[in-house]
Design a protein around this ligand. Structure first.
Ligand code: NAP
Length: 550
């Protein structure tokens, strides 16, 4: 592989064999795998550096909810041996440093171009190539296009009047400044109490002059219980990596936490309580994913566990009225992704922190000085928008995908995303939507999911190249079958009823203030088996066309 090959200089035909859009966790690994196939690849990244999610989200408190040592790539023993995580749930700067290290170690950066905002991609049927139009006017071409554009990379501001009027500092958490923000003595307002808002609030409550939290719907949050990793612990982790990754491969979410084998209805109330107390005191997602499986599937089990969690909030928040406002009433525990918190509930015991329930007193507008609700004018120096994302399909919708006969992906996905295995789309040949909607990696510990997706995509591409295939496209029938299966899997879990990014809900995006079928809820092992079956059978769901006769 030479640099000139990578840039496509002096080669006939398209500029590149493959263009990957996005240099985050997924794009980095996909690039690594394709370079091993000696393909001419370039990665186009909108940011000024690698890291995707971990490049952008620099807000205070940003850190893993996956155990750090389950989040690193598993493909290189040397990489695993040389990298030391400092905390069980590492903070954003460390994760970004890790991804930068991977890129440097495998000499990947020379195949990447930064500051490249992709506006439109167009399929050229005659040439069997894609043209990728960039905001700067360039339009490189490629035989195969891969999207590694993230699940939560299209941030959304609230549709509240006057957002542009505020004269102080204002940030969406995703676009947090690269320079430190000085909070000392500042009057800060924050909108949003999802996983992001919860991390910010816990982190800054004791650093600001005052903090006013504008909450529309509370979330069920659980303690992260983060801790440092000693040199000895890290050595032990390194000796157990095979075991750790095997464990992640067998759980539905790709975490070390999987449901306990005991059944909720067979355990007596004391046994349930003992397990729940233990989980509440344990680090990470055990409380969500290592619980009785019925908690996420059965209304009665879910209600009982939600009552247990509500009591925990009441115990931790001193003011009973505030505690009640922090307890979700419209959904049970775990049907939305659980924010993992550090000192979140305790923040509300501080004199400088105030909770404003905007389901009771809605925000009317943002003013030059702050925020006006139906009953009060608040003045702020800083407003933080922790208002989330147009998740999973949002990053696709921000690019104009034009497929066969001018078909627009945006139109095809208007009601619900339609894909084959979350990896490809009929009408969009030679496109691999790594970590795309309805794929398995969307709902898992991300690196565990994307390694699976990238390995499968790389095997498919190898098969394509070895068989002189120049055009591949999922069949409409295979797509229909997959979409039916995706819906069936949603049916198993209570999360199907929740208004969250798992169901594509976003009140700030036209047409997305309703629930959709966005993720593969069948779990990682089942998804992996389905991918393997497809490959072993020679890709029956994908039409593979050799070059047309000259
Ligand atoms: P989110 O879960 O979608 O939360 C957005 C918050 O903003 C919600 O509280 C929402 O209220 C509120 N909101 C949105 N529009 C509003 C409006 N117009 N007026 C008032 N409130 C509004 O987004 P997020 O917190 O950024 O988290 C998204 C996902 O990112 C997480 O679920 C997680 O997967 C990932 N994440 C992970 C970590 C980690 O630990 N690794 C950390 C942060 C985020 P409603 O609930 O009423 O809609």
């Amino acid at each position: 592989m030479t640099e000139s090959q990578s840039e496509g200089v002096g080669r006939p035909g398209p500029d590149h064999d493959v263009i990957i859009i996005g240099a985050g966790v997924c794009g980095i690994y996909q690039l690594y795998r394709l370079l091993q196939l000696d393909l001419a690849v370039t990665v186009l990244e909108a940011g000024d550096g690698v890291g995707g999610t971990w490049y952008w989200n620099r807000y205070p408190g940003a850190r893993f909810d996956s155990e750090s040592w389950t989040y690193g790539y598993s493909f290189s023993k040397e990489l695993l041996d040389e990298w030391n995580w400092s905390e069980n749930f590492a903070a954003q700067p460390e994760t970004l440093g890790y991804l930068q290290h991977v890129v440097e170690r495998f000499d990947l950066e020379r195949h990447m171009q930064f500051g490249c905002k992709v506006d439109r991609v167009t399929w050229n049927e005659e040439a069997r190539t894609w043209t990728v139009e960039l905001a700067d006017g360039r339009a490189p071409t490629c035989r195969f296009l891969m999207t590694a554009i993230g699940l939560l990379s299209a941030p959304t501001m609230p549709t509240i009047e006057g957002v542009g009027d505020f004269r102080g500092q204002a940030f969406h958490t995703y676009y947090w400044p690269h320079e430190p923000v000085d909070f000392s003595g500042k009057r800060v307002g924050i909108i949003g109490t999802g996983a992001t808002g919860v991390q910010v609030i816990g982190e800054i409550a004791d650093k600001v002059g005052s903090l006013t939290v504008f909450q529309r719907r509370p979330n069920w949050c659980a303690p992260l219980h983060n801790s440092k990793i000693s040199a000895q612990e890290m050595a032990d982790i390194k000796s157990r990596y095979d075991e750790i990754f095997d464990r992640c491969a067998e759980t539905p979410g790709g975490f070390i936490h999987g449901p306990v084998p005991e059944r909720f209805f067979e355990a007596d109330p004391e046994e349930r309580l003992a397990l729940w107390e233990e989980l509440y005191d344990s680090p990470g997602f055990g409380i969500w994913l290592g619980n009785y499986r019925e908690v996420l599937m059965d209304e009665e089990a879910n209600a009982e566990f939600s009552a247990f969690m509500a009591d925990k909030i009441r115990q931790r928040v001193h003011d009973p009225e505030v505690a009640e406002k922090l307890i979700p009433k419209d959904h049970g525990f775990g049907v939305q992704r659980v924010p993992m918190e550090t000192d979140y509930y305790e923040a509300y015991n501080r004199d400088n922190v105030r909770l404003v329930d905007i389901s009771e007193t809605p925000i009317e507008r943002i003013t030059a000085q702050g925020i006006r609700t139906s009953t009060e004018d608040f003045e702020f120096d800083i407003i933080i928008y922790a208002t989330g994302f147009d998740a999973i399909t949002g990053a696709f919708d921000r690019i104009d995908f034009v497929g066969v006969d001018g078909l627009k992906l945006r139109d095809k996905w208007r009601d619900n995303p339609i894909t084959f295995l979350g990896m490809g789309v009929a009408g969009f040949p030679n496109l691999l939507t790594l970590a795309g909607p309805t794929g398995g990696s969307v709902s898992t510990n991300f690196p565990r999911g994307i390694e699976l997706a990238v390995d499968w995509a790389t095997d498919l591409l190898t098969h394509v190249l070895e068989n002189s295939v120049t055009r591949f496209e999922p069949t409409a029938e295979a797509e229909r079958e997959w979409v039916d299966h995706v819906r069936e899997m949603y049916g198993m879990l209570l999360l199907r009823k929740a208004k969250s990014w798992f169901t594509g809900y976003n009140s700030n995006v036209e047409g997305h203030d309703r629930t959709r079928f966005m993720i593969y809820a069948g779990g990682n092992p089942r998804y992996r088996k389905r991918l393997e079956r497809e490959a072993e059978a020679g890709y029956p769901g994908i039409r593979l066309d050799p070059a047309p006769a000259a």
